[in-house]
Design a protein around this ligand. Structure first.
Ligand code: GDP
Ligand code: IMO
Ligand code: MG
Length: 429
């Protein structure tokens, strides 16, 4: 079983970091293929909590080679900050490989991300302010700075000049900020060059070689299906392809090399930032989900919006990603609710949608059609077999499985590394 893609099925923060960590001991490579330090993965190992933003979660497993592939946008200050913090805690980061084609996030794009949001006022997207959007925009506009540019000073200077030619007008004339000096940016980027040099290479080639040699490669998505720039709730999305197909373009691996796609689905739904969210709760139940699930952003600390499970989204995620297996997380957070509504369809002005409406406006106006299941009150964090779960918890899982249309292979019953129920192996089956 050489290549598996792991994606988020909802709006992020499903527990992808934990799922990657879970597979860690059985994989040789963990590849981050999209996004940047807008991601936030919390992984709990032996009672110790690690918050990762840019580095793939696989870095926590000894022996795994973590890869930052070409589809990622890299904030170099954050990269070295994370590497130093992990090294100080005894994590070996020496294997990290970074694609020569990955784009870097220059400081002016962080500034632009923040001032654009402020400028938009109530039409803002609620971005993480990390410069993600402007950096992907530069990539598509062909004025981006790639990792390899740092190794050719004259090219780097030309590219920074080209980018700033327009951006300085924008900063000064529209946003009333000071202009950015080319030399300042060039000097900052060059200051990372020597440390980067041993890590930067053609990671696409290395990954292809690894798969050819029968090594196991895990592609870990940042963000999630509903935040995908093509398939999510546009424009309330991130600027990369967070769905399974992004693993190919984002790493240089052909689709025929991918064997399996696992999606992480939280037992309820959360969202950070603006945008439609049909099952969102504005009541005590929503508060309770937020408190029980500790739903506060790993990256920005913002309280996450919370709501019931939405299987219209689940079916959509199954289809868009070609999901073979689900990892259902945070089932323990639902303990104690008397009834558990599951959204099975949307009602839009009297019209029923069993599947994701083609028109975004319909999602904004969707009223969830709920099926109510009985809850359970027993503590389930100690369950390690499916049969250990209370009958109502089993029913909830089986009904979700039926509605999303792919098997639920792993169930999370707590944040810890071993707090899971494994129903089917994710790798070799
Ligand atoms: P990611 O962005 O998808 O990696 O997810 P985050 O790390 O942002 O958010 C998931 C949170 O849920 C983290 O704090 C995890 O430690 C926690 N978590 C993951 N799985 C479980 C689970 O099964 N139960 C509970 N209670 N917490 C979980
Ligand atoms: P992980 O990997 C949840 C959201 C932001 C905002 C929108 C655009 O931890 O699941 P951006 O800064 O990317 O331009 O912001 O996307 N967002 C996330 N929400 N989890 C994430 O990552 C996210 N990454 C971006 O809140 O609404
Ligand atoms: Mg997260």
């Amino acid at each position: 079983m050489p290549a598996i893609v792991l994606v988020g099925a909802q709006w992020g923060d499903e527990g992808k970091g934990k799922a990657t960590d879970l597979l860690g001991k059985d994989v040789d490579y963990v590849v981050k293929f999209n996004g940047g330090n807008n991601a936030g993965h919390t992984v709990v190992v032996g009672g110790e909590k690690y918050a990762l933003h840019l580095l793939p979660s696989g870095i926590l497993t000894p022996g795994v080679t973590p890869v930052i592939a070409n589809g990622v946008v890299v904030d170099l200050e954050v990269l070295f900050h994370e590497l130093e913090a992990l090294s100080a805690r005894g994590v070996d980061c020496s294997r990290l490989r970074i694609s020569a084609n990955a784009h870097v996030i220059p400081s002016y794009n962080r500034t632009l991300d923040k001032v654009t949001e402020r400028f938009l006022g109530k039409r803002r997207l609620g971005t993480t302010g990390r410069g993600i959007g402007p950096t992907y925009a530069d990539k598509m506009n062909r004025v981006g700075i790639r990792m390899q540019d740092l190794f050719d000073e004259s090219i780097l200077r030309q590219k920074v000049e080209a980018a700033l030619e327009v951006k300085n007008h924008l900063l000064v004339k529209i946003y009333n900020r000071r202009a950015v000096a080319v030399e300042e940016v060039v000097a900052e980027l060059l200051s990372y060059r020597d440390r980067l040099e041993p890590m930067v290479e053609d990671t696409g080639y290395e990954l292809w070689r690894a798969i050819e040699d029968g090594k196991t490669v895990l592609f870990e998505a940042g963000q999630a299906t509903m935040l995908d720039v093509d398939h999510g709730t546009y424009p309330y999305v991130t600027s990369s392809n967070a769905t399974a197909a992004g693993a190919c373009t984002g790493s240089g691996i052909g689709p025929t090399l991918i064997d399996r796609v696992a999606a992480v689905f939280k037992a309820y739904t959360t969202r950070v930032g603006e945008g439609p969210f049909p099952t969102e709760l504005h009541d005590a139940d929503g508060e309770r989900l937020r408190a029980n699930g500790f739903e506060f952003g790993t990256t920005t600390g913002r309280p996450r919006r919370c709501g019931w499970a939405d299987t219209v989204i689940g079916r959509y995620a199954t289809r868009i990603n070609g999901v073979t297996d689900y990892v259902l997380t945070k089932l323990d957070v639902l303990t104690g609710f008397e009834t558990l509504p599951i959204c099975v369809a949307y009602d839009v002005n009297g019209r029923r949608f069993d599947d994701m409406p083609a028109n975004q406006s319909d999602v904004h106006h969707a009223v969830p059609v709920y099926e109510e299941l009985p809850g359970w009150s027993e503590d389930i964090t100690g369950a390690r077999e499916f049969e250990d779960l209370p009958e109502n918890a089993q029913r909830y899982v089986l009904r979700l499985e039926e509605l999303v249309g792919a098997r639920i292979s792993v169930i999370g019953v707590g944040p810890g590394r071993d707090e899971i129920i494994q129903r089917h192996p994710l790798l070799d089956d």
